[in-house]
Structures are given as structure tokens and as C-alpha cells.
Ligand binder design. Sequence first.
Ligand code: GDP
Ligand code: IMO
Ligand code: MG
Length: 430
Amino acid sequence: MSKVDVLLGLQWGDEGKGKIVDVLTPDYDVIARFQGGPNAGHTLEFNGIKHVLHIIPSGIFHKQKINVIGNGVLIEPAIFYEEVQALRQKNVEPTENLYVSKKAHLILPSHRLLDAANEQAKGNAKIGSTLKGIGPAYTDKIARTGIRVGDILEFDFREKYQLLKFQHLQLAKTLNFDIDSFRINDMTLDAYEELWMQSLDTLRKFKLINSEYFINRCLREGKKVLAEGAQGSMLDIDFGSYPFVTSSSTITAGVCSGLGVAPSSIGKVMGITKAYCTRVGAGPFPTELFDETGRTLCELGHEYGATTGRSRRCGWIDIPALRYACMLNGVTDLIVTKADVMNDFEEVKMCTDYIIDGKETDEIPFEFNEVEIKPKLKVFLGWKSTLVNAQKFEDLPKQLVEYLSSVEQMTGVRIMALSISPDRKDVLFR
Ligand code: GDP
Ligand code: IMO
Ligand code: MG
């Protein structure tokens, strides 16, 4: 019986999960997404071409590997259709090696409308949602009113759809939302709904399965399964900076419920962190830089959202948050990305503790959103050199090694790999 290895983000998302999953895929038989939906944007680069995936797992470019969209994931059929089309344009035919859980929930156009209505109603307190309908669709799942992928095969699907849509429109009205002016990709709700309905035909052509049986069978047969996370631990519904979070369990625990595997079936937990820190949307970010350095990180790191194009907020690496994420996930191996972005920095800083009301702590406070947090910063000399010629860890400049050793020491987890460019070929394993 083999175990499910896990790869997930330890910060506020966009750590480079897509790239690393693609790099690790040759070592696995099955790649399975366990939560989130099209709020995710996972970027892969190889042969000079960039690919962005939202719902489809990042192992899809490896034809002989099975990719699974697990029950914990949300599927927006029109976005799924577009993603499939984009793959086909690149001569990748996903119907063969992509399986979809019948228990995955659907995002309806009216979930997206409700997402916008909720954000509008929040005013200044808005979360900065990607507006893909994530919150409302998971709300329906938990309220036991959602519609699942398997339902699109049933005769009463349209009826279920209309009923749920009606409830959504009622709710949007109570929020004083202007439904007539609402647009998705410049389309009215009705026009988008038509496209959405047509997209179901594409979804129906995939292998719609009970993915929990499939994955457990794979484990019994000794196959290697990699679970791919979306978002990051600090966006987790329970442990993130609530309410500035997403609506799913982004941590290792989410693998069990999002794929139907037992806790005892979890193997390695690989946690990804950038060598610095970013966040998109609203919410606390203790190490955020509002100065030239922050802007430099954003520019050199191309920190613009892969899903919404918004510029990401940037700051120094946050050890209290990283340690928290290692604890929640049981991280066994760390992967660090984007150290190359700081190649020209004179100095690099690391937040080792938070200072709250003059007191030092390394614990994320319950009042994370309200209290003023001053980061206690440790300064490292920059490495001031390119990393392009590095083939292995031993080739790295000593200042970078010192910085990475400090990350290991403070988290208590060994770094297994370092990514030094967006490209598939640039990962140094230890
Ligand atoms: P994900 O959501 O965790 O998959 O990450 P995103 O794809 O949203 O954002 C990561 C961005 O950084 C993408 O544009 C990647 O191409 C890029 N990237 C990943 N690893 C590295 C790296 O080591 N160095 C640099 N410079 N860019 C990287
Ligand atoms: P990947 O998988 C970064 C953020 C949004 C917003 C909050 C809630 O690419 O790392 P939602 O649409 O879920 O209601 O948004 O979470 N967010 C992400 N930030 N990367 C992501 O995914 C994100 N998915 C959601 O910006 O602040
Ligand atoms: Mg992303």
C-alpha cells in the first residue's frame, strides 16, 4: 500500500505550486487536486511557453500520467471548457488522462453573481475575492443545497439548476445588487448561462468517476499519488487570516476530505514557500513593504495574479507564518522558490518574530486583522550574483546558503529543493 504525497503552499498562495508539481510529475502515477477551484492560477513554463491552469491539475502535460479533479474541488464548467480548449491548442488532449470526481461541486453563473453581490455588500471590508464564485459555491455545498458534477448526468438537472439559481437571485436582490448590470466576461448573466450550459457537453465527455475509489485502488496497487494544493495555508478557511481567506481547507487535512483518503495514507508533505512573501487581495500582511524594495520584488518577480492580473502585495519572508504553516500541515520537506528575484539585493531581510504592543511573539494572534504587528527583522547580506549556472546546492553563493540555512533552522524543516527560474528545468534538488 503506498501513500499520498502532498504538495501545497505555505503562504498566501502563488508560491509556485504549478511549476513544482509539473517538475515532480515524472516521479508519480497520479496527480490529484483536492480543493479550491478556478480562483487558483498555476503557472508552468517549458520550451519557452507559459501555461496557466486553474482547475486542471499541473501534471496534465505528461500524457502517460493520470490527473484527477477530486471531490473537494469546485468546477466552473465554462472556465473548464476554456482551459480544455487552451490545452487542445497546444496539442494536449486531456480527455484521455483527466478524470473528474462526480462528487465535485459545480459553480453556477449565479454563484459568481452572488460572489460579486457579497463583495459589494461588504464595502470597505471586502475580501478581494477572485470573483469566481468560490465562497457562494462552497456555502451551498455546506448548506447541502449544491449541485455536483454527477448531477449533470441526471434527468432532473435543469430543474435543480433553476431552483438554485432562483434562490441565488432572490438573495442578490436582498443585497440590493443590480443584476441587470452584472457582467461575466462582458456577458449578461443570461448570455453567460447559455455558454455555461453548452460547456457541460465538454465536461460530460470526461471520465466522471468516484475518485475516492480510484485513488484508494491506486494506493493498494502501489501506485504513486501526488496531491496538489491550491491557494496557501494562510488562506485556509479555519487557520488563515479569517475572514480574509478562501472557503476551503487548503492544508494537509483537506487532502483527506478532498480526495477521500485516510490520514494514515498521507506520506511526504512538501510545503512550498517563496524566498520572500506575497499576497493578493485584502487582509493582514505583517512583512508587507510599501517602499521601493516592495515595488522591486513585484517587478522582478512579475508578481501579477495569474487569475485576475492584479498586482500582488510583496514583503519579506514571514517566519512566524511559515512555522505556523509547517505545524498545521506536518511539512516534512520544504521547497523554496524565487530566490533568484533577489539576486541583485544588497541585503535580504527575514521576519523572525512579531512585535505586538512592544512584546515579541512568534504566535499568530487571534486578532491578526486588528492588531498592529511590527516585524522583527533579521538582516542578511545579499548574494549579488546570478544563479543561472548553479546545478546543485553546492554551487550556490554562500550568502544564499546562509539565508536558506536560517529558514531551515527556524522552521525545523529541511529544504529539499530550490527553484531558481520559472522554467521547468531550473530546480535544484538536494
Ligand atoms: P502557484 O499558484 O503556486 O502555482 O503560483 P503562480 O503560478 O500563481 O505564481 C508563481 C509565479 O512565479 C509564476 O509566474 C511562475 O512562473 C513563477 N515562478 C515559479 N518559480 C519561480 C522561480 O523559482 N523563480 C522565478 N523567477 N519565478 C518563478
Ligand atoms: P493559487 O492556487 C493567491 C485569494 C484572493 C482573495 C481570497 C479569497 O494560484 O495560489 P476567493 O476567490 O477564494 O474567494 O478569494 O483568496 N486567493 C488567492 N491568492 N493565489 C490563489 O490561488 C488564490 N485563490 C484565492 O485574492 O484575497
Ligand atoms: Mg497562483
